[in-house]
Design a protein around this ligand. Sequence first.
Ligand code: GAL
Length: 693
Amino acid sequence: MILPTRKLLPLAFVSLFIFFALRSPAQAQQQPEAQPPIYLGTAWYPEQWPESRWDADLTLMQQAGIRFVRITEFAWSSIEPTEGVYKFDWVDHAIADAAKHHIYVVLGTPTAAPPAWLTQKYPETLRIKEDGRRDEHGNREQFNWANPKYRELCRGIAEKMAERYGHNPNVIGWQIDNEYAAESYGPDVQKQFQDWLKAHYKTLDNLNERWTTAYWSETYTDWSQIPIEEKAGNPGLLLSWKRFVSDTYRSYQKNQLDVIRANSDRRQFITTNMMGWFDGYDHYTVSQDLDLASWDDYVGRGHLDPYRNGAAHDLTRGFLRKNFWVMETQPGFVNWAPVNTVLDKGEVRAMAWHDVGHGADAVSYWQWRSDLNGQEELHGTLIGADGTPVPVYSEVAQIGKEFAKAGSALAGTSVHSQVAILHSYDSRWAINWQRHNQAFDPVTQIVSYYKPLREVAQSIDIVPPTTPLDGYKLVVAPGLEVISEAEAENLIAYVKNGGHLVLGQRTGMKNEDNGLWPEREPGPLAELLGGRVDQFYAIDDKPEDTVPVTGIWGDTTSKIWAEQLSTSAPDTKVLMRYGRSNGWLDGQPAVITRKVGKGQITYIGAWMDDATMLRAAKWMAETSGVTAALGPVPMGVDVYPREGEGKKVFILVNFNKAPQTVTLPSAMRSVLDDKEVRTVSLPHYGVAVLQAK
Ligand code: GAL
């Protein structure tokens, strides 16, 4: 359990002690056993089933090793069927019944699904969609997140729930709302946005200058003239809107968070379930008030991509820079992909261990049982409409056994990396608004660096550019297109203190208003680099557009994007050059590097293939002293190190179709079969949990 900070744990123990001391023996018997270090969980909707059925459900859950259920996150109409009339009995019973089965509870505030009476009585709480029409009841997320009346009602229900369950020993945490994703675009929100702009830019002259509104006569003479733009618009306006959206989600969340905090034990965590690479808002902004980051990890169609998905885990771990929860994941398949393929037998288990390896302290399946009616009738579940297990149940039960077995080895461990990849929402948005080459997907770009670096280092942190970087041997910024002065200073200090900073294509192109830095890329880092981008070129995927690149990482071609670099300092070295292509790039530098005191800064201007990037990653590791966390393993075997005080655990998962053997650098305890091993044999999707001595 990673939840409250270490400082708060003693407090939690004291309150637990007082609680137990005051309870009658009968009550005490219902207490769940000690909280597990790694939780298996599921989303349970008791409000859809007669109470007489619950015990059967909870028995099956207990048999599968499930240790928490998340409930109530869409249950507003069952908790408050009419305004001001609350029905908590069923929630009381669900929590108490779960406790009898040693199952803890995470309570969701039900605000993602306002009841019909609410939106009928307060239609102003319904969101205005992008097409200008008001949303209506019948789905979920139909609310306006900026509406004061809606916030008042959300606060009300959250407060009532917290008053009732904030000290319930079987409730371990809170999830606010569900997957924030739907903004509102009406005049009320526009006015709030304009006020937000005024608070940020102070004067219209300042805003006009920083957005270069003289362009296309965009100049504003009154705040009320400023529109909302989501996709096409002045880049400064677009970025400001996204920042406003992020701040509004934060305040929407804080509105509920404050009343939960005020009425609950500190041991109860507060989270919200986020969505991996989803970029609707700045997750760093929204996370900062939470105790725990969590996300919903769905593969959808096809199979787990351990790199892209692994990077999403590392991204989530970076929100609060500590372990996180997988609050939802698919028990085999979903219902919303173009083809809702199933994960292979064994893949659900491999994925669960991949999650834990990346720092998840909980893996929870959505959902427990098929709804008899409702939009998601066909989604994967653990038990069917008839109330008996579906095939994947037994695999999840195996995970339950294994989590219990590995719990003590993993207790108190987390992920520590030598390498950081810098990520910012500003940059991803900026690239997406002006991709320049439709193939330039900023997440694909990040993963093109993440993948080889993970092969080499076996562990990566993904953090924002404002993070203190001292502890890292290598910091890589794949596409930090937007960079503020403060962020640039952080990176410059890192290099001056002896770090190796590697910049990828488009880094340092734009300032914090999403306008161009006049120095050209990498903007405020150009002086330190002793070089810059003279010009960037979008590369089409036709054979005649091929751009050869040659140098210390071998011979390859550049795709999607190629930047023509130049050096201005005598000690800036060229590592790779372009071959003959469009004439402009011929013979020009593609990768340059410069040693600065004990530090180093490198700029990579060409988007290159995986094999070349692997050689590049090896070079980055060698020049920075980065070593593999475990040591050499066959390609396709993922290594996940987790460390705690005096403890080192390695989780291995084989994603190859063929079985693989890993020779360990020293003898270790194989936790799942409790024996000492020097080599590990892993079938397809095989898992090993190893504790170093
Ligand atoms: C999630 C959502 C769940 C459920 C699930 C289905 O995005 O939070 O409530 O709808 O998708 O895959």
